[in-house]
Design a protein around this ligand. Structure first.
Ligand SMILES: [Mg+2]
Length: 324
């Protein structure tokens, strides 16, 4: 059945059924607003929009994966503050000819991702639109006062990265080329894993700054440097560059790792004496590897990359869809 036959209220009723009963003491979809329980004090609050033709291509992704990713990118932002995701609302713009079943699968992908982190989708809105638009807003709990901002990096701090870099960008290129023999890379692009457990394991080690890698490692490290008034020296040999051995792609893995984007790994800085312990704590809790890839330096030095013993400028370029 198509959305046009069911109408807005029919859709909302169906999505309410899928969401199941609300948590104790909460009111989810069905009233003027959702009612959610929150700890006293501060909350984290974020939103991220995904627009057809800008952020995704419906010929390359299915509804479950799209819903999953729309939630995951928001969850990743909460993790990047050292927090845990709690409650989300989703506003969707769709063509009225769309099948209800497709929308339900999209919504199920969102719920699946939220559920992995003990979070929930508690409401939303839907409108007619010329292209598909998915806007998720998410609140999260900070770890007490330990909110990890971008502006705390100091010269001497170690720069660390979780997981591997460049997998999502490689997966995107494989999808576009129709090459299906490396599902792990494609999954990294379609269903990024938000690093919530890693952030939780890290926060007791008191990182000085953190960001999730959405624009690309170089661009996002650039955001930390800019906000902290600092520079950085990165050793290319220590970067956890994704292996593209045996992959029929004409691209440089280091380039993808530096500038590819959408990895949704965490990049954090930490006092050098605690870096090894922090990396160990994360890996022990989550089995996610952590690489110590460089050092924060004085702001006047800018961002540098050491490749084969030579030091060159590291350009903070990445994915910016507002620039053409
Ligand atoms: Mg972010």
């Amino acid at each position: 059945m198509r959305l046009g036959e069911v109408g807005e209220f029919g859709l909302i009723a169906r999505l309410r059924e899928l969401a199941g009963p609300p948590a104790s003491g909460e009111v989810w979809a069905g009233d003027d607003t959702a009612v959610v329980r929150a700890p006293a004090g501060t909350i984290l609050f974020t939103t991220d929009i995904m627009v057809e033709g800008v952020h995704f291509d419906l010929s390359l992704t299915g509804p479950e994966d799209l819903g999953y990713k729309a939630m995951a990118v928001n969850v990743s932002d909460v993790a990047a503050m050292g927090g845990t995701p709690r409650r989300a609302v989703a506003a969707i713009g769709v063509r009225p000819g769309i099948e209800m079943e497709w929308l339900e699968r999209l919504y199920n992908g969102m719920r699946e991702c939220a559920g992995e982190f003990d979070a929930a989708v508690v409401g939303g809105d839907v409108s007619r639109s010329e292209c598909l638009v998915i806007s998720v807003a998410l609140i999260g709990n900070p770890a007490g006062r330990l909110v990890v901002l971008r502006n705390g990096a100091r010269p001497g701090d170690a720069i660390c990265v979780t997981g591997a870099l460049g997998a999502s960008a490689a997966g995107y290129r494989l999808l576009r080329a129709g090459i299906k023999d490396r599902p792990g890379l494609v999954q990294a692009h379609l269903r990024p894993k938000a690093r919530v457990a890693e952030a939780v394991a890290l926060r007791r080690q008191l990182p000085s700054a953190m960001i999730d890698i959405s624009d690309g490692f170089a661009a996002d490290l650039g955001h930390i440097c800019e906000e902290s008034g600092a520079g950085a020296v990165v050793d290319a040999a220590k970067l956890p560059v994704v292996s593209l051995d045996g992959v029929e792609l004409d691209c440089d893995p280091l380039e993808l790792a530096l500038h590819g984007g959408e990895d949704y790994e965490l990049c954090f800085t930490i006092a050098p004496g605690r870096a090894e312990a922090a990396a160990h704590a994360i890996t022990e809790a989550t089995s996610t590897p952590v690489a110590i890839v460089g050092e924060i330096v004085d702001g006047a030095e800018g961002m540098k990359l050491i490749v084969d013993g030579q030091t060159k400028d590291l350009e903070a370029k990445g994915w910016d869809h507002l620039k053409s």
